[in-house]
Write a protein that binds this ligand. Structure first.
Ligand SMILES: Nc1ncnc2c1ncn2[C@@H]1O[C@H](COP(=O)(O)OP(=O)(O)O)[C@@H](O)[C@H]1O
Ligand SMILES: [Mg+2]
Length: 389
């Protein structure tokens, strides 16, 4: 297990001349509104702790004003904390000197904002390579790297155009390309796709997910849109009034929203769409036999079990044997299709309705990890639709 990329511990930010007074009130349980009324100090972030793991997309979600932007500015130290600390790769960001910070921001962190000025008189290529230019990379090298990322985001044919010749969505891709070109170990994206219309936004989410498949980066992504968070987040942190109310995987949050504030984000969203075979599977519902024992299947198929999956030594699915086979000298193994752990609910439903048997679920290596069947899937869908919609 890697050390976390980012560790945030007891982080607080109070905007105003007397943060200590506000911090004392908060420690005694006062809310952001009470602090503002009594002291005039604005609570940006209060007592927030979490880790961001290497290679994950960590989404910060919450209503406008809940402290998302302040929190990520504390992470890259554009804002100084009133209390608490931030570690990046185990280094305390608050203790870093100016020069170290500048180097950190140039080399290790990239920011993508909702709207950031592309330089209108520079080409797309020159805009995309700007971060590298600031970092002092030679012209030839930076243009080569910028071209590479323009290809990745589908903008290579537009490299020598000016930003004004591109649509809004394409301009946003230039921003993404600029951030990617420096190949940062941490990308920070603040509402990067929020200004785009829903179609373009989904397109950018797909670009990001595809890039993530090719090259896993650690990304902190701010969004006020739960559907976006569910689509792209490996984990989601939900903020309210400067506090962190819940951190978890999309599935954790769908299954167990911490409170009504979190639940309200689900209004009008069919959360079952975000469940995968891995979320829906059961373990231990279907007996397992090894290839060698498949002939002695009677011993395994006691009680109610009508069939068993047959696994090889690497836990790969070989097929299945049924109770009918008992008594036969050599019960024949029959083939069965398996479902990938990350398959969507739609895929799972289409497969299980067509199968009288439970289907095995396999991980990335094709190893058995559980099973899905009609009755169980139906229950899971009804539960998630019933409670949120
Ligand atoms: N520079 C600042 N000075 C005073 N208050 C600020 C400043 N920046 C943010 N705030 C306040 O901090 C709170 C959190 O803001 P922000 O982090 O921008 O929220 P979000 O990004 O979730 O919309 C808000 O109440 C906001 O008004
Ligand atoms: Mg913001």
């Amino acid at each position: 297990m890697h050390a976390p990329k980012v560790v945030v511990e007891g982080l607080c930010k109070v905007f105003g001349s007397n943060p200590q007074q506000a911090l004392d009130m908060l420690a005694a349980g006062a809310t952001k509104d009470e602090v503002l009324k009594r002291t005039g100090q604005i609570v940006g972030v209060h007592n927030v702790s979490f880790d961001v793991r290497e290679g994950e997309i960590f989404v910060l979600m919450g209503l406008s004003g809940s402290g998302k932007s302040t929190l990520i500015r504390l992470v890259n130290r554009l804002v100084d904390p009133s209390a608490g600390k931030v570690l990046i790769d185990g280094r305390d960001v608050a203790a870093a000197r100016r020069s170290e910070l500048t180097a950190l921001r140039r080399k290790d962190m990239s920011m993508v904002f909702q709207s950031f000025a592309l330089m209108p008189h520079r080409t797309v290529l020159s805009n995309a390579s700007f971060g590298l230019e600031v970092a002092g990379v030679s012209r030839k090298e930076r243009e080569r790297r910028a071209m590479e990322v323009l290809e990745q985001v589908g903008l290579a044919p537009f490299a020598y155009k000016l930003p004004s010749e591109l649509s809004g969505g394409m301009q946003q891709r230039v921003g993404l390309a600029r951030a990617l070109a420096v190949n940062p170990s941490l990308m920070i994206m603040d509402e990067a796709f929020s200004a785009l219309d829903p179609l373009k936004r989904k397109e950018m989410q797909d670009v990001l997910l595809q890039l993530q498949k090719e090259h896993r980066r650690t990304i902190m992504f701010v969004s006020h849109d739960l559907e976006e968070a569910l689509r792209i987040g490996n984990r989601i942190a939900i903020m309210e009034g400067g506090r962190l109310v819940q951190v978890g995987t999309p599935q954790d949050i769908i299954a167990n929203p911490a409170d009504d504030y979190v639940r309200a984000f689900f209004d009008g969203i069919d959360t079952s769409r975000y469940l995968t075979a891995g979320d829906l599977m059961q373990t231990g519902a279907v007996p397992i036999v090894s290839e060698i024992d498949a002939a002695n299947v009677a011993a395994t198929l006691n009680g109610s079990a009508g069939y068993a999956f047959v696994l090889d030594g690497q836990r790969k699915i070989r097929g299945f044997v049924t109770r009918d086979a008992i008594g036969n000298a050599a019960p024949s193994m029959r083939p069965i299709e398996s479902i990938r752990r990350d398959a969507s609910l739609d895929h799972v439903v289409a497969r299980v309705v067509a199968s009288p048997y439970a289907l095995p679920v396999v991980d990335d290596h094709g190893c058995y990890c559980g099973s899905v069947d009609r009755a169980h899937i139906l229950k899971a869908i009804t539960r998630s639709r019933g409670s949120h919609v």
